[in-house]
Design a protein around this ligand. Structure first.
Ligand code: GDP
Length: 297
């Protein structure tokens, strides 16, 4: 991740304040204007920016910032706190039921990083919890998606359940779940079909899979590099599926940061993980406070 512009602009706006002992209303307004522009340029969604700035203004009024000592420090703290709150405050762990398996359904547009993320998640669960996940290959439309999952599974030593591309994904999921029950797998990760964009047929299929699998987690992968489109895509899926969280992929290539800052606010769904590279090890739990600190530089 390198939200260089955003970090630079925010720290410049805040540095202008730290030079002053006391700050007045005018200083505060000028800083808020700078922050607003920095966020818009970072591709943060407009309503989110508006809400964010209003919130800071409100907080600044409620404290002794103006004309008090260390006003600048207090503004920085408020900005930091509000950035953290915007992204959800706390890291949100995976939902786990009392009995196995924990069922995780992955959804997302084609190319968002769904299949790669499943492999990363399987690796993480295996390494951290000694888990025995089963991967179900139910993306029958994208050429080579099943092969890709099988190769990744083999590399990681994780079994992959597949029935080729001629069987209905609903049947694949049913049979895969039966296999997981027979093998007592503790996790089931379901790879579903993607499309270039959201369409009714895709959503109908995903809803059916959701109905059949009754997943504990419906995680949406979205490509951070697509900025506001990522946020809109997330909203589109959130309208149709019972999303429990978002995996923001390709954060390593995202130079602006708009998706990371907007998704939680716009969709109400927490970012649970971030993808920061192509390797199985490149998946991290999303910590809003750490991200806020990184953004503020
Ligand atoms: P799917 O169609 O959603 O299953 O997408 P894939 O899992 O096939 O990923 C599409 C491309 O994005 C592949 O080339 C992946 O290696 C790449 N990719 C996925 N996640 C990340 C990530 O976090 N960072 C980077 N740099 N590339 C990623």
């Amino acid at each position: 991740m390198a939200f260089e512009n955003l970090t630079q602009r925010l720290s410049k706006a805040l540095k202008n304040l730290t030079g002053k002992g006391k700050i007045n209303e005018e200083d505060l307004q000028a800083t808020l204007r700078e922050i607003r522009l920095a966020l818009l340029e970072a591709d943060v969604s407009y309503p989110t920016v508006k809400k964010f700035i209003d919130q800071i203004r409100q907080k600044a009024k409620g404290t002794e910032i103006l004309d008090g000592l260390n006003g600048a420090q207090q503004v920085i703290k408020v900005v930091n706190d509000e950035l953290t709150a915007l992204m959800g405050d706390e890291a949100v762990p995976l939902n786990k039921p009392d009995k196995i398996p924990t069922k995780i359904m992955m959804a997302g547009l084609q190319g968002a990083g769904k299949t790669t993320t499943i492999a990363k998640l399987a690796y993480k669960l295996k390494k951290e919890e000694n888990a025995r996940p089963l991967l179900i290959a139910a993306d029958i439309y994208r050429p080579a998606a099943i092969d890709q999952l099988e190769i990744l599974g083999k590399d990681l030593g994780v079994p992959v359940f597949s029935m080729g591309t001629d069987v209905d994904p609903r049947e694949i999921v049913k049979a895969g779940l039966a296999e997981a029950a027979a093998n007592k797998n503790d996790y089931v990760l379901i790879d579903t079909a993607g499309r270039l964009q959201i369409d009714a047929e895709l959503m109908a299929e995903l809803k059916d899979v959701q109905e059949i699998a009754q997943p504990d987690e419906v995680l949406l992968t979205v490509d951070a590099m697509t900025g506001q489109n990522a946020t809109e895509t997330a909203q589109g899926f959130a309208d149709e599926l019972n999303l429990t969280g978002v995996v923001l992929t390709k954060l390593d290539g995202d130079t602006r940061g708009g998706a990371a800052l907007s998704i939680r606010d716009v969709t109400g769904k927490p970012i649970k993980f971030v993808g920061q590279g192509e390797k199985p090890t490149d998946l991290d739990v999303f910590y809003p406070d750490r991200m806020a600190s990184r953004i503020l530089g």
